[in-house]
Design a protein around this ligand. Sequence first.
Ligand code: ATP
Ligand code: NI
Length: 352
Amino acid sequence: MVNEAMSVDRESRSVEDPILTIRDANVRFEMDKGASHVLKDVTVDIERGETLGVVGESGSGKSMFADTLLDAVVEPGVVSGEVTYYPEDGDPVDVLNLKPWELRELRWEEISMVFQGAMSAFNPTMRIGEHFDETLEAHGWDKDEGMERAAQLLSDLHLEPNRMLDSFPHEVSGGQKQRALIALSLILEPDVLVMDEPTAALDLLMQRSILNLLYDLRDKYGLTLVFISHDLPIVSGFADRLAVMYAFEFAEVGPAEEILGGAAHPYTRALLQATPNLEIPLEEMRPIEGESPDPVNHPDGCSYHPRCPLGDEFCTTEDPGFYDVSDDHEVRCHYWEEADEAVPLSFGGEGQ
Ligand SMILES: Nc1ncnc2c1ncn2[C@@H]1O[C@H](COP(=O)(O)OP(=O)(O)OP(=O)(O)O)[C@@H](O)[C@H]1O
Ligand code: NI
């Protein structure tokens, strides 16, 4: 019944042309109540040019993952593992071991990040244009060229450049501010853009319209996107691949279509079933039962077993490694082959 033979202990699914590789990334905080382990053994490759969506409940470790990519986890968090960035030309960069000035250069110029809640990070006393100015100056970039690029990016995002650059943050709407922030994050021509809940504060229509614009930007500038959200329908329509986080680790990684059509992890299936979307009648939505995981006391074995309908004795002791569902789809569940019966999807997505 248990597919032990198929649980592979390997580095990670290799992609053809990785732009970032993450190996055994862990984040820990020393707290009064004990060590808090808030990112656990994350190993994944990110393909040049792809859009990777990262989804999970609040507190599952999404921001810790995002911050790790840029060695930006706040003190006193301790990051371990390896993050390697592969520029188009030049040598690979060991992101977690850079000198402060090297890291400053890497951020913005190679890997840029829109932090969670960053809209409020615009300085209220500075015009939006001054933020662009400051960033160009701090990195020693040519102002004229830079401001031309700023104008181009703003108009790519359907904003009126001069008006936007002259405005103070409080003079523009939330959707405009968020788009200005995306333009700012792209001003130094990064190859990778990491966005942590970039649209969470906006209404659905604005979220969709920003996603459409991001789509175009990605193609125009050849960006690799890491898009983080707790909102599965939002991410899934946008990402090529999805990584589903549960309890500070990646529970399932695979092509977005495959996961939507037939998720292999009981948690992902519960998430799909609990997620409001147009295809599920409201009365069939089920909240996921049980307690959210505590980062100080991880359960033994599979972290999902206390909430899992398939969990048995084996799951309480044996932490599942990744099992292969298909060539590019992997799942941390001993009993994934039974998940479709144990957690049926009411919208009948099982197209395979
Ligand atoms: N500065 C910190 N010190 C200690 N623990 C922290 C700190 N920041 C976050 N955590 C804990 O780390 C865990 C993961 O948090 P994280 O912010 O990555 O979750 P998230 O998935 O991004 O959630 P959300 O959707 O609410 O943004 C949580 O248990 C959180 O309480
Ligand atoms: Ni977060």
